[in-house]
Ligand binder design. Sequence first.
Ligand code: CFM
Length: 551
Amino acid sequence: MSDTRTAAVVEPVLAEKEAEVLKGELLAAYPPKIGRKRERQIVVNKRGEDGSYPEIQANTRTLPGIITQRGCTYAGCKGVVVGPTRDILQITHGPIGCGFYSWLTRRNQTRAEGASDDNFMPYSLSTDLEDKDIVFGGEKKLRRAVKEAFDTFRPKAIAIFSTCPVGLIGDDVHAVARDMTEELGITVFGMSCEGYKGVSQSAGHHIANNAVFTHVVGKNPERPEGEFKVNMLGEYNIGGDAFELERLLGLLGVTLVTTFSGNSTFVSMGQAPFADVNLVMCHRSINYMAEMMETKYGLPWFKVNFIGAGPSSKSLRHLAEYFADAGLAARVESLIESEMIEVSEELDRVRPRLAGKSVLMYVGGSRAHHYQDLFRELGMKVVSAGYEFAHRDDYEGRRVIPTIKVDADSRNIEQLHVERDEARYSRRRDDAEIESLKARGLPMGEYEGMMGEMAEGSLVIDDISHYETEKLIELVKPDLLCAGIKEKYVVQKHGIPLKQLHNYDIGGPYAGFRGAINFYREIDRLVNGSVWGKIKAPWDKAPELSGSYGW
Ligand code: CFM
């Protein structure tokens, strides 16, 4: 399968004028002030002569009154980045709800190897802050909780996550972590990831990257074996995606030192600096880690995408190019060839049933990009897509980073000052080699963003609201919508199937070749299911609710 990127940008999905009309209709109901802000967050995709894309406003506060799909900073820190690491015992310092609602809801899977391999993921530990703790302070309770957790589980490491009230009352989780590190003789680290800390979960990613980089990465001196060693960054093993990628790398004889952080351990993350290269899957959540490891240890990174058979082949070929090894390159080609047999068979079956159908896709900070090629393989058209909390670089490419205005909300998140570790630094590829890899098409230290993957005339929407989603359904009448649980049932009541691209509903894996096959089948089942035409939305039958009081 060839690189579909260039084809994608030239084939328009809507005429530009049509897209502008859609945009106008979306904004029409807003009061002027809100309309002016949303106008900058909804853009019609168009590639400029110089390869640039229209500027989109992103990573700014959601306006009060708008129903957003965003999550909080604590969610991004605990739920997303640190959560999937099975042998770090994780304690939520906060009211019980924060711990409860972040307990295994993301479907990040893990596989402990043997009885000596700790797996704390089935647990949710919380200090259960109550009113009296808010009044008198919660630090003592936190110390007791850390001690009790240590006595019960004997973990190698403990992570403490702050929730909103912790920041408001001023509990010093870092002081507690320092003291407990000394007392218990294990790694204990705290994170100031109060929910309100940033404009979305994106801030939590950054805070988690900083903490894991400071307290975990490089702390294990044991050098892993292997001729070709890689880390996979920004792969969280939702629905078993990382398991599928482990299978592929295993067949190629490539050693996966660690992922950040699907199916990972404290032990393996500690060995990360021994890898030869970092493969970055989700740029948004983990680019800080890639940058910091490059500065400190000389480890280069490049962007990969393992969603879709085409992108998977391309990423594996890039890996072979990076190592410039004829044996590895031959193994990659034969692996692609054998995996593609079943992929092609399945595509031949489902493509005629799906070609030309339309999709709207609004997910997080990377999947709305990653799934574009998968839909292209099915012949489906992504009419509009967007992220909930991505930054401009995830839309327009990293080239715009120097032009992004750093506002007070972003300044609120610590930017670690990282220096070269002279003892451990080794530049895996020198500048000339990096340049020649780039010339051969490897995205070394680069990310082109989602807009480059989208058709001309498609609508790019940041932080879409519930109102806009419903308005678009009315205007576009898509065959499928991809989003999350917050949208799912509203959309399905319109008689339109919704595929959750956060937790994959009950499905997955969707990464790699077998994952692509799973996805093709799932989309065929959803889009061509007969149930949708039989649904009458409750508001079609009785548009207004009425009720009365009684006692
Ligand atoms: Fe990265 Fe993610 Fe995503 Fe994300 Fe997320 Fe997620 Fe996501 Mo939900 S790390 S940005 S914060 S790919 S939980 S596994 S699906 S919103 S698009």
